[in-house]
Design a protein around this ligand. Structure first.
Ligand code: ATP
Length: 767
């Protein structure tokens, strides 16, 4: 890396939750790497006006920023920056403070401005030299300006990244609002037309539709066919005939028909309310700026922090020859991409919409977008479009079973799987209460409830927490493998779809191994990982882990705030997670924990002593300015001896009155009430993929299944892709069985980032 740099950070364009997390991460990472950090206040306006709007930042200036909404350094739309004179003033202001690198967090407009600035930089420098403001020698260190972009936007409208910083927070606000509206809609049997943000991008409307199980959506990229009026009324009428009491239509503010005419919420309302048609009591709700507001969800804090850290590294590694980069997220991987290409592609979407080339507009969005669109269509148009059905002899009977503890998204996955099955003509069957429930017998007669699903029953499950079909930890071997094999034969299942955590994974391993003995088990089986602990091997993400992190972050925010009203206090919070430190580590990243203790690292007296010393020194330094408390997170199995209470007591004893400490145990609260939109949306997408995977095998394929490793799989997000991995491979190569977790984890280095940003000194690990 290059020598000491002066790095400025700014936020620009519309504000989005997570921007403060970006600023915090950039400022602290820059200082950590020996650079000076500056903030440019009020976006490009601050760059153009300079003076007090460009300020040097200290470590403590960004304390507590992770939980603040909006952007604390301000943002503005700046006309002057569109002009060369404005950009010349900006160059002058940067050079006068000695700044030679710039990190910009904003939307596509802001990033376009950034790239233009960098492209023009040499000529701006030349102009400052020509007009005698600076000499060539003085300008020498500034020949090259490093710029890195971060995408902060609630619309998720930038091509090349799956998620922009803030989009999941906005989605969360929308889903929360729709969940609330649903209750009243159902009570009065009403229809609601909900308008959400998105002028050129339907991501929010689409994902809200998927997450809430809306009846119909309108997005700019994919206008409905010309007969959209009949189509919408047909689907709503069909749902009503099936017994649904509520109707939700989500419409993006940029919704269009195929001729490019605007579709307004009023038009939709009039159609639904038409006395000669459906005649539904219909209301419009425009969510507006509520969608921008509030604190960032855990995912956005993670994105903001990790991308902020990456941006500082990118700035320091850039050379005059590297193109300006933007930091993106692809599935689960942080990637540097060419900024201008990403912006160019984004602009092409708007152009394609304008030219009514909608196939191209959809094609330019990332794969998740079009996959989610198809998922939405498959799950909402159940039994309306008969073209989706497979021929009679290919229709399968698929057993659904939940195994392990409940996790957010389990019900959404069941709902989507069932809807998909019904669209295709398969028979989805619920096996209640896990393998234990399945195996309940009286003599030869099974007592365990096994019942075909019907659509109306599951339709309301999109936003439900827990497990509606019941879940149980018992493994097939404990329930009796022979019994399970007999029952699978008895019910003539063609495939099994499991949703659950480590036990569910273990169950699939057992079923696969028992195939030699029990031929009825030679049916395709797949697992969709769902556990708050996120410890299932074969995937980097399990359903429910996002919900859990949100609950944990919210809990910690609240107790940290309570501390600001009392004395200087450290909270020691115990997290769930079994022997996986994922929840503790990612939670720690999201709340800015002073220390995180995980089972992977272990916990020793020396570590505790070092942390006590560190806390003493930070409390000594910020006398009187301690706005919020501090948090330490400890996983429930990090140590056999040191638990949250004991650590809180040790801290209290050692603090000698300099600060207080308390323990906090959120316990089962971490399973969450209503699942997060991310868990719900991923549940839909992954569940449909699972059924499609099972579908590929078809019926009566016992011999083929036995020798095909892909017939017993776990679906997972690994790096930048979604993959099915044979359980044989996962159990033999990827599993740390004694500790019930994967052998390697993608978040290994996140703990270090968390420590760096909390200013925790490097610690020796226990032997
Ligand atoms: P949002 O997604 O919220 O709209 P954005 O970053 O796209 O965010 P814009 O209003 O388009 O928001 O841009 C923010 C600022 O970036 C503008 O006010 C302007 O100062 C600067 N900017 C945008 N486009 C350019 C450009 N082509 N040249 C120079 N500066 C630009």
């Amino acid at each position: 890396m290059a020598g000491k740099k002066k790095i400025a950070i700014m936020t620009s364009g519309g504000d989005s939750p997570g921007m403060n997390g970006v600023v915090r991460a950039c400022v602290r990472m820059a200082i950590h790497l020996g650079c000076d950090a500056y903030c440019v206040y009020e976006g490009y306006e601050g760059l153009v006006r300079g003076g007090d709007l460009i300020r040097k930042m200290q470590w403590n200036d960004v304390r507590g920023w992770l939980s603040e909404g909006g952007t604390l350094i301000g943002t503005a739309r700046c006309m002057a920056f569109y002009e060369r004179a404005g950009r010349l003033a900006a160059a002058r202001n940067l050079i006068s403070q000695g700044i030679d690198a710039l990190i910009i967090c904003g939307g596509d407009g802001s990033l376009t401005g950034a790239d233009r600035f960098r492209a023009e930089w040499p000529s701006l420098i030349q102009e400052l030299q020509n007009n005698g403001e600076y000499t060539a020698l003085q300008l020498e260190p500034y020949r090259h300006l490093n710029i890195v972009g971060l995408v902060g936007s609630i619309d998720n409208d930038l091509s090349g990244t799956d998620a922009t910083i803030g989009c999941y927070s906005a989605l969360s606000r929308i889903c929360h609002a729709v969940d609330l509206i649903e209750a009243t809609a159902s009570s009065h049997s009403r229809a609601f037309v909900v308008e959400v943000m998105g002028r050129h991008c339907g991501w929010l409307a689409l994902m809200a539709g998927v997450a809430t199980g809306a009846d119909f959506i309108f997005i700019p990229e994919k206008p409905r066919e010309d007969n959209w009026r009949e189509e919408m009324c047909g689907i709503v009428e069909h749902h009503r005939k099936l017994g649904k009491r509520k109707t939700i239509v989500i419409i993006a503010e940029g919704a269009l028909d195929r001729e490019g005419n605007k579709i307004t919420p009023e038009m939709v309302k009039d159609l639904l309310a038409d006395k000669n048609g459906l005649g539904l009591d219909t209301r419009i709700t425009t969510l507006g700026h509520v969608q921008r507001g509030g604190t960032a969800v855990a995912y956005d804090r993670m994105l903001a922090t990790l991308q902020g850290v990456e941006a500082v590294k990118a700035v320091l590694e850039a050379t005059p020859d590297t193109p300006t980069c933007v930091i993106t997220m692809n599935e689960n991987k942080i990637v540097r991409k060419n900024l201008m290409e990403a912006v160019k592609e984004t602009k092409l979407v708007a152009k394609a919409i304008e030219a009514q080339d909608f196939d191209r507009a959809m094609g330019l969005r990332d794969t998740e977008f079009s996959e989610q669109y198809r998922s939405f269509m498959m799950t909402t148009a159940v039994q309306v479009d008969h073209k989706l059905m497979v021929p009679e002899k290919e229709r399968m009977k698929i057993g659904f079973i939940n195994v392990g503890a409940p996790a957010g998204g389990m019900n959404a996955a069941v709902r989507a799987g069932v809807a998909y099955c019904l669209s295709r003509g398969h028979e989805p069957v619920a096996i209640y209460n896990g393998f234990a429930g399945f195996a309940r017998h009286h003599g030869d007669k099974p007592l365990g409830a096994v019942r075909s699903f019907d659509w109306l029953e599951v339709d309301g499950w999109a936003s439900k927490g827990g497990s509606e079909i019941g879940t149980n930890r018992e493994l097939p071997s404990e329930s009796g493998m022979e019994k399970i094999a007999d029952l699978i034969e008895l019910y003539k299942f063609d495939a099994l779809f499991l949703i659950g955590g480590f036990e569910a994974f273990h169950a699939v391993c057992q079923l696969r191994k028992a195939r030699d003995q029990y031929p009825s088990l030679c049916i395709p089986i797949t697992l969709l990982p769902a556990t708050i602990s996120n410890n299932v091997p074969g995937t980097e993400y399990s359903l429910g882990s996002d919900t859990c992190l949100n609950e944990l972050v919210e809990y910690c925010d609240k107790i940290k705030q309570s501390a600001s009203a009392t004395r200087r206090r450290v909270f020691v919070v115990e997290t769930q997670g079994g022997r996986s430190g994922y929840v503790a580590t990612l939670g720690g990243l999201g709340v800015g924990a002073s220390a995180v203790y995980t089972p992977e690292e272990g916990l020793s007296l020396e570590m505790l002593a070092a942390d006590v010393r560190h806390l003493k020194s930070v409390f000594a330094k910020d006398q009187g300015q301690s706005r919020a408390g501090r948090v330490i997170l400890i996983n429930e199995k990090a140590s056999k001896v040191y638990n949250a209470r004991l650590i809180a007591e040790i801290l209290r004893e050692e603090a000698h009155g300099r600060f207080e400490s308390r323990e906090g145990i959120p316990g089962h609260m971490q399973q969450g009430g209503v699942p997060s939109p991310m868990d719900r949306c991923r549940a839909v997408r992954l569940a449909i993929r699972c059924i499609q995977h099972l579908e590929q095998f078809g019926r009566n394929v016992h011999n083929r299944v036995k020798n095909d490793p892909m017939s017993a799989t776990v679906i997972g997000i690994k790096g930048a892709s979604v993959v099915f991995t044979p359980v044989k491979q996962v159990e033999e190569e990827e599993t740390d069985w004694p500790n019930r977790r994967p052998n390697t984890v993608f978040w290994k280095d996140i703990g270090e980032i968390c420590d760096i940003l909390a200013g925790r000194p490097k610690h020796e690990l226990p032997e």
